[in-house]
Design a protein around this ligand. Structure first.
Ligand code: ACO
Length: 321
């Protein structure tokens, strides 16, 4: 029997309408457009309307991905949502999106790996599809990071934004396009570097995001590069064969640092950090969507994805689109 592969049948994204510029942020915290652009590459980010929740953003992205795949919600039997900012403690954001889609079949659950969430969620869905448990999955990265920011802390509030991206995965017996492999890692001992100040069990609140930026920065370049090298070696793929590098959009200096370390030419790097900021688990599918929409990523292209976030968690994935 031929080995099955999970192909990306469709992809889509959603950004809230409200644009928050660096200039606007500098009216309420002691920062400047120059500092934010020079240190992070970010010019603006989107912020969800007060009436919008993570599941609203994820639902819009899911609908766009289904339309792109030419499929109906009823063709889906698995929904995996990567999010740090669930609407409710329970049920999962995936369950809420499943209901909005009018689905009454299959399974739905959330994956929590902070900014690495989409890479983790792809691996989980891929395993369940290849194992024959389900046939078609919606994998969604959706976040309202604006809700867990301390808007008086200039060291974090300038970095994040809201948004969602989604992929439709389907098991296929033909061809060699699809998800090719992963490298997933976590070292919980680094929790103090990047965390929230609360949680339902610890404080009965969500708390606010705190980060030791320079320390996380140092871990990011090294750990992401190592992860991608391990993955490429395991899959016997030469870095020169990668068409597009689609990194987590945390900081332009990290994207370029990783690309330079692995000798990936900068014109192969997909960067949306200037317009989106860091949208955590939504950042990779949002960046991927942008590059498909503008014609850079095309069917058959080999793409290397990566992310690092709270945990610390980090990882990489290879996909032939
Ligand atoms: N505006 C102006 N000055 C600022 C701001 C700001 N918004 N924020 C910090 N500063 C000041 C600091 O107070 C410090 O001042 P001092 O020298 O007088 O003490 C100075 O700027 C330098 O601060 P650093 O924190 O050293 O700045 P750095 O160059 O490291 O940039 C940043 C900070 C952007 C956070 C960077 O460290 C970074 O990108 N880190 C990694 C982020 C990341 O990858 N996160 C992982 C994913 S997030 C997730 O999982 C939820």
């Amino acid at each position: 029997m031929t080995e099955s592969i999970c192909r990306v049948a469709g992809q889509g994204a959603y950004l809230p309408e409200r644009v928050l510029t660096n200039a606007e942020i500098s009216t309420f915290v002691d920062t400047s457009d120059e500092w934010i652009r020079a240190r992070t590459g970010i010019s603006e980010r989107r912020i969800a309307d007060e009436s919008q929740t993570t599941s609203d953003l994820g639902y819009q992205a899911a609908k766009a991905a289904l339309a792109d795949a030419g499929l109906d919600a009823n063709d889906i039997d698995l929904i995996v949502v990567a999010t740090t900012t669930a609407d409710l403690v329970f049920p999962s954001t995936a369950a809420l999106i499943q209901d909005r889609l009018g689905l009454r079949q299959g399974a739905a659950f959330d994956v929590q790996a902070v900014c690495s969430g989409f890479i983790y969620a792809l691996a989980v869905a891929d395993g369940l599809l290849k194992g024959g448990v389900f046939n078609r999955a919606l994998v969604i990265g959706a976040e309202t990071m604006s809700r867990i920011l301390d808007w008086e802390d200039r060291s974090t509030c300038v970095l994040f934004g809201d948004g969602a991206g989604a992929w439709v995965l389907e098991r296929s017996q033909e061809g060699n396009s699809g998800l090719l492999g992963y490298d997933l890692r976590c070292e919980g001992r680094y929790t103090p570097l990047l965390k929230t100040t609360g949680g339902v069990s610890a404080t009965k609140t969500s708390g606010f995001l705190t980060m030791e930026g320079p320390a996380v920065f140092k871990h990011a370049v090294k750990k992401i590069s190592n992860s991608m090298e391990r993955l490429l070696e395991r899959e016997a793929i030469d870095i020169a064969d990668i068409d597009w590098f689609v990194p987590h959009q945390a900081n332009q200096r990290i994207l370029e640092g990783v690309a330079d370390k692995l000798k990936i030419s900068r014109d192969k790097v997909v960067s949306t950090v200037a317009r989106h900021g860091n949208t955590s688990a939504a950042s990779v599918p949002l960046a991927f969507h942008q590059a498909v929409a503008d014609g850079r990523i095309q069917r058959g292209h080999l793409c290397l994805l990566e992310a690092l976030g709270g945990g610390l968690t980090w990882g990489s994935a290879l996909v032939r689109f």
